[in-house]
Ligand binder design. Structure first.
Ligand SMILES: [Zn+2]
Length: 282
């Protein structure tokens, strides 16, 4: 898809079953309509897509979220499935070509692919020439969470490999609410889902798009103002989402989703009942 001078692509890792203990299982396309599976007595909470998003400016290549990162580790049982490397290859890019990584937040399903375990069992930055942009607040909260039992419930933080990036000074910790990453690409802190959750706004030649992370994971969350079970601060989620959607509607913006199975992106409109609807954009 094009937004002004920018080319934007979803880099889909596939469709996954998410369980209440925070684990994931990849499902094959032919099984997507099948019955939900049970695992160790764990309830399935959702079927979700996992789709990092690539923004090409012509000079730089920005990646928003890095997925689970399965298939990158040397011993991965998913070595033959799509991952950042194979997905970038479709667009003629390699991992070395990514110049900036924005992490909407550090939950494992958004940031797990930031590193992988290499041939000598060493932890390596997946995007070796990129800086990774993370809210300082998110990092502080994640550090706090990994020390509590709470971290094992639902979407959670796994920082073991992430410390490598911090040690190698690959992380840029943002403290401002708004930050211009590149001309036309802005990072906006929303909080809500997690204290340091951030979204990306892309603007050029009168066109606008938003990458909303877990503030709005899929089309089905459009008229639902907070995810009570998943948001750390549902009131802040509602506030941020209300203001952001109002703005996006005025701009006839395109919304891009990270967790959709079907509609991956669409232009924000309202129906006769003044409810938000999406006109799908490919
Ligand atoms: Zn999350």
């Amino acid at each position: 898809m094009r937004i002004g001078k920018f080319e934007i692509e979803h880099l889909s890792e596939g469709v996954f079953e998410a369980f209440e203990d925070g684990s994931f299982r990849k499902i094959h396309s032919e099984d997507i309509t099948g019955n939900a599976s049970q695992k160790y007595g764990q309830e399935l909470t959702a079927r979700i897509g996992i789709d990092p998003i690539l923004i090409k400016t012509g000079k730089q290549n920005v990646l928003v979220d890095t997925g689970l990162g399965w298939g990158l580790d040397k011993n991965s049982e998913y070595a033959d499935t799509s991952n950042l490397k194979t997905n970038l290859d479709i667009f003629g890019l390699t991992l070395d070509d990514i110049t900036h990584v924005v992490l909407t937040h550090l939950h494992f399903d958004h940031a797990g692919g930031s590193t992988f375990v290499g041939k000598q069992s060493e932890t390596t930055a997946t995007l070796p020439f990129a800086n990774y942009f993370v809210q300082k607040l998110e990092w502080m909260y994640a550090l706090e969470q990994v020390q509590t039992d709470q971290n094992n419930i639902g979407a959670h933080y796994e920082l073991d490999e992430f410390y490598r990036l911090v040690a190698d000074e690959k992380i840029v910790f943002l403290t401002d609410t708004k930050f211009e990453l590149l001309p036309g690409i802005e990072i906006i802190r929303t909080g809500g889902h997690t204290p340091g959750h951030q979204v990306v706004k892309i603007q050029d030649a009168g066109e606008t798009a938003y990458i909303l992370g877990d503030l709005l994971p899929s089309k089905s969350h459009l008229n639902q103002y907070a995810m009570k079970l998943m948001d750390v601060d549902p009131i802040q989620s509602k506030k941020a989402k209300t203001l952001l959607l109002r703005q996006a509607y005025e701009e006839s913006a395109v919304l891009l989703f990270y967790h959709s199975i079907h509609t991956k992106a669409g232009r924000l409109l309202k129906d006769v009942d003044r409810k938000y609807v999406l006109e799908e954009v490919q």
